[in-house]
Design a protein around this ligand. Sequence first.
Ligand SMILES: [Fe+2]
Length: 249
Amino acid sequence: MYQENYYNTKIIDCHSHFLPKMDDGSKSIDESIEMLLETKRQGINEICSTSHFYPNNESPESFKERREKAIASLKEAIKELNIEVPNIFIGAEAYFYVGIGSSKRIKECMIEGTHYLLLEMPFMEWSKVEYEEVILLMENFGITPIIAHINRYINYGNNLKYIKKLQKEGCLLQLNSEYFIDKKTERKAVKFVKKGLVDLIGSDMHNTTSRPQTLGKTIRIIMNKCGQSYIDKLEKNARKVFNEATRIL
Ligand SMILES: [Fe+2]
């Protein structure tokens, strides 16, 4: 079988849905394990689980309880199979709502051991309201928001302007692998990297089929089209975010 030649990277996959039955990601322990093994095969040695968290539908306590169970079952399977998987960190992908900037409980959903929160913004044109809520997260709680998959919002109105403003204020911007892999958007993705609009990259993988791990390929694209210095920068940013993060495996 043709073996892809992947670059062994220090970049951490900061956005993924591999925990079994937590959200619309992995549907079973077997699938979770295959996702992790594929991540390792692609030269990615560290990954953060960011299951969807919808603060309007569930309390952080309930979310964390479910997450603990999913982690425990996955850990057990990995131990039993005696396989090598990437190092695992734990977080959530918290969905934005008006009021989030004043809700202390959102701190529960930061990447464990850090002050970073992966934040999924609404898929619509933003206004000052959305912008100011994100700023409040920083001012009120010292959270550093990571704006998840910025590629998903940029086609709405002036969102790109707000995205740039948020980055200036200290938020980190995360771009999804899919934006590099899709031939229609690859050039745009590369341009974003070169313009300094990408602080972190993530796979946002959900399964082994329709939304699989593609970060290895993305890293090669960035290496070829942007050069080593951009890879170095992405590695450095990832290291900084996860420097104090709690490893669960
Ligand atoms: Fe996601």
